[in-house]
Structure formats: C-alpha cells, structure tokens
Design a protein around this ligand. Sequence first.
Ligand code: ADP
Ligand code: MG
Length: 713
Amino acid sequence: MAWPTSSEVTEPKLPPRSTLSGLRARPVKELPGVGPRIEAALKELGVTSVADMISHYPSRHEDLSNVKKIGELRVGEKATVVGRVVSTRPVGRPVRGRHPGFSAQLYDGTGYLPVTVWGRSWMQRGLQPETRVVVSGEVQSRYGIQLAAKSIEVVDDGGGADDGPHAGRFVPIYPANKGVQARRVRTLIHRALDAAGHVQDPLPADLLARHGLPNLHDAVQEVHFPEDRARLRAAMRRLVFHELFLIQTGLAARKIRLDRTETGARHRGDGRLLNPFVKALPFGLTGAQERVVEEVLADMRLEKPMRRLLQGDVGSGKTVVAVAALLTAVESGGQGAIMAPTEVLAEQHFLSISASLKDLPVNVVLLTGSQSAAERRETLRRIEGGEAHVVVGTHALIQKGVEFRDLSLVVVDEQHRFGVGQRTVFREKGKTPDTLVMTATPIPRTLSLTLYGDLEVSVIDELPPGRKPVETRIVEPAGRLEAYEEVREELEGGRQAYVICPLVEESEALEDVRAAEELREELAEEVFPDRTVGLLHGRMKAQEKRDAMAAFRSREIEVLVATVVVEVGVDVPNASAIVIEGAERFGLSQLHQLRGRVLRGLHPPKCFLIGDPKTDDSLKRLEALAEHQDGFKLSEVDLQIRGEGTLFGSRQSGMPDLKVAKLLRDLDVLVEARREAFALVAGDPTLRRPDHRPLRREIRELLGSDVEWLFRE
Ligand code: ADP
Ligand code: MG
C-alpha cells in the first residue's frame, strides 16, 4: 500500500463550491455515465443541467422500517417486502410482441416469494439477479402465496458501488422512465451532488435562522438521502419555503417598484353619471357589490395607480361593478376600456352596457378584430379624439394603432383567460391607467395571494337574492333522451336552454364544427322538431355570431346549441336549462362556468351532465359539480383531483410552475414566505445589499428577463 505523497497531505481536497446559477450552466452530460441515450431520457424527465439533476427530488420515500419478512406473510393482507431478485420472467399473453407484465422471484432470507407486476414491463430488464427491491401489494394464495405488486422499486443493485447512499432506512423513490431506471437516477443524483460540492445558499442566513430552516446544501442532501423522518421533513419545508419565497420576493419587488414610480389618474368622480346609473338598475346592489364598488372608487381617487383584482363567482354581478368604475373614469374626464376574452362576450358587454347607459351622455364603442377596415378606422378615430368615453373590446384593444386620448381606467374581464403579460401592456402606454381585473374562475381566496400577489383583492362573496341553486344531474348516455324530455318542460314553460357540444379541442377545429352542426340537426329534427334550435360556434363569422346571440336573447331561438364559446360571461336570464354533452371531457372550472349560464334567472335551473366517465378523475369531477355550487369549493376539489400542477400554466398566471410546494398543503409556509418577502423588499427594494445579491440573481433566473426593470436603480 502506497503512502500518500506529501502534496496530498498538505493540500487536502476541499469540496468544490458552487451556486445554483453556475450549476444551471453545467450540462448534465458532464456527469460520468451520461451518454447521449441517458441524456435524452433525462431530458424527458425535465433534467438537462447539473442543477436539474440535484433538484430531481424523490416523489416519496419508502420507509424500510415497516417491512415484513416473507416467512410471516398472511394471505389477504397488504404488505411491503424487501428482498433480492432470484429470477424474472414475462407473464401474460404478448400483445404486438410485448408482454403485459412480469413476475419476479424474491428471496429475503426467510423465504421465497413470487411477485407479479402488471404494466411497467420495461422494468424487468433492470431487475438482474441480486438486485434488491422493495415491493408493496396484496398477498394472495396461488400455488402457495404470491404478491400482486402495486409498486416495485429498486433499492440497490446488489453490492455495487452505490450501496452507500442507498442503504439507509429511507429509500428515495424517484420519478423515472423507461430510458433511465430508478437505480441509475439515484446513482446520477449522487454523482451530481458530488460534482456540485457545497451549494451556496441564496436565502439570507438570518431569515433561515428565524424560521429554523436548514441551509440549501443540507436540505438538498437530506431530501435525497435523509437520516430520519424529522430531517426529511425539515428539508422539505426548506425547499417549499425556498420556492415560495423567491416568487413572493419577485412579486413584492414589482409591487413596491410600481407603487414608488408610477403616477396615475387621480379620479374625482362626482357621481353625476354613476348615481343615475345605479338608480335605473332594475335591482338594488347586493351588500357585497356596494362594498366592492366603494373599494374600487377609493383606489381610483388616489394618485397611485389602482391594481385590483375583483373575484366573484359566476353570476355574482361583477359587470355592474365594472360599469360603476368606468363611469367614474368618465366623470373625471378620462376614458375607460373593458377588455373581454372572446368576441361573443365583448359584443354582449357592448350591448348591455350601451343599453344601461342609453339615457346618459356617455358614448360607448366596440372594437374587435373582425370589424371592417372602415368601421375600425372610424372607431379608432373616436377613441383617439376622446369622443368615445367607454371602449369595449377584445384583444384588439391592446394592439398597435389603438391610441386613446386619455385612458384612465382599464377593466380586464375574466382575467383567468389572459396571461399576466397582457395585463402589463396597458400599463406601458403613456400614463399608467388604473387597472381592475375581474375573474370568476374559482381560485380559492388564499391561493390568489400567490397567483396575483401584486394585486389588492376584492371579493364579491354574495350572490344576488333569489338565486336558486342549479339542480345538477349526471346522466348516462342511455338516459340522454329523458334528460331532453325535462328540457322540453322548461321550453313549454316559456324558458330557453343551452346544449353544449362535447369538447374536441379548445381551438375549435373543423371536427368540432361538424360535430356541433350534427348535434343541432339531430336536436332540430328528432328531439325538438316543434322548436327553434340555433347554433353558435367559434368558426362562425362575427355577424353570424351576433345574429345567433341576438335571436337567442329575443327568444326567437329557444334552444342554442353551442361550443365552449359561451363558456364565460354570456348572460341570458331566461335560459333555465343547460345540457352538457360529453361532460367528462371538460375541466371542472369549465363545467362550473358553463353551468353558470343558467344561474341568472328566477326559475329553478337545471343542468344535465351527459357523460360516460371512464376515469376516476372524470367521475370525481362530475360528482363534485353535482354536489357543490360554490366556485371556491369546487376549485379546491379541482386542485385535489389534479394535484395542483396545472394551476400555474403560463396562460393563467405567467408565474413559474411550482415544483415542490403544494398550495393546499403548504399554505402556512406561503403566508410566512410572503410576509418575509415583503419585509425584505421594503428594506432593500432593488436587492442591492451585498448579502441580497445571490437572491436577486435567483429571482432573475426564475422569473426571466421580464423582471429586469425591477432591479434597475
Ligand atoms: P358575473 O359576475 O358572472 O359577470 P354578471 O355581471 O353577468 O355576473 O351578472 C349576472 C346577472 O345578475 C346579470 O343578469 C345581472 O343583471 C344580474 N345582477 C347583477 N347584480 C344583481 C343584483 N344585485 N340583483 C339582482 N340581479 C343582479
Ligand atoms: Mg361576467
């Protein structure tokens, strides 16, 4: 055995130091053992850099302290067993040359156990003899006992170099795929942690100390290879805090920056338009509407630009609040704009707002993408000259060439259909207008803290009086015609109905249009031959859509067959029934929005969900809708079903996806992270203090170039 040379003795090798940012710049293929094939498979798992590799966190940990010995297993019980593979063989009749499952013989020193695994047959190749696995499932009696595995995971590969990190009591189980099996993922993570060395923590040390959180380096190590449950929990908490804190700091920086630098219109409405408008309404405002109008008007009086989110469930009467704000802008000599996500909704707002203001000296114009060039030119002229007081429109409102004389208020309706990017466009045009964004999408209040963290929030938590809950029924395809018989009763009572076509694609492809036309024909000829049945879909020309909506509103059309173009906002109070065909294909919030179309009148409304739910999730969605009326409640259920991942799609928020935090579970952490983030930014708005620089760099990398301006001096 050779003695170490003197240079090895005097210069002990220190672990390398690194930053997350530096690790993001290092491709994962620099790790030993990552060739092109593994690189491609890792990419599918979302891992391309060394940073990605160390943050490829386990989806769970198997606790090996609860395992049973094979010799002690009883038929009928559910058990977890650890053993070494003796042999494997495929089982089941092959389909296109592939077996549907495999069977593995395990040995654990107390006995042999055949384990059957259905699906995941790609795992068989990785289960060489001597591989140690942990399996869970039900013990069955079949030629002796066997185990029907619900899960099977590799613990280690049988005395190889990887035994060290895998030998603990908690075995991390990683998201893996065909191309990189679990054991390889574990090995690569180990190598990545070695290559990373000591990872610098972007969060301030005093903050961590205050919350008793481990530093980043320790947390990452512990999440992968925890010593015990308590440390694992602390490490997870730290990573959740980390993720939420970065987002909240970005939001706080933005809010404080805007508050400091922007000046907006100081609205001095005198009520000369607003008061007569409210007086002429056919109903009194609800208490919630009154309170929210007050909150909005108070914001508008300040010089600081308003940034307020108005949340109110479907049918809670947000439009009236919007009109009150628009009138206040006009009273103060400014212009107001309201932007809707669809042409159908923009048209409807235009009609209903014009009608409710017809006795007042207010000019309302409509601007959409499908107007003729001449119409558009004239409208733009009136907007630029200031002759148009209130402008209703679609995205067309924020396109180039639209100049306002003095835009002082923007209302964005159904904000969940727009991204954050679009919200900021108005802000950059000249003086900063006040902004009111409205949404019905059921996002629980608490979650909106994160989603819209830089907005003040107002909530309409009360529906207008007399609203009846919508009787909601799940109807199997066989009961479809009976459901239509009930619709007929509504029609006979002088009311109207929507029939929603199954969703093929949101984009309204040609197949959707054809399916919609066929459904209309079927209903018109076979089900309601004595009634007028109309059609509305996204591919119709603007004038055709307008005509169809007008005919439905005037009751000339009694049954409107429609695609999801009617999802948001459409308001025809005489409609008291809605049939949703292919209901299992819609998302929960979409179903809730659709059902909201019949929540508006005084007749007890009915909703029929025709569907043949094939998955547990689609059945749960339909059952949730049948059980709950409240949008907030429904969105909580939705989050539970979907596992939150999709909540933060870029279309909805422009915010990064959450990787470790779960909002329902980690709400307390969110509240803390938010408080700390706002406090930190208040003391150092551009994060220029030397000890805040690593944090600033992280936020830049997380939120992208959009946030550059936040940190300029
Ligand atoms: P949403 O919040 O979904 O946008 P709307 O503003 O379209 O709801 O209002 C839904 C319906 O309720 C409309 O027909 C509207 O005229 C009516 N409405 C609004 N406020 C009241 C109220 N305070 N009392 C009775 N009906 C109201
Ligand atoms: Mg609305």
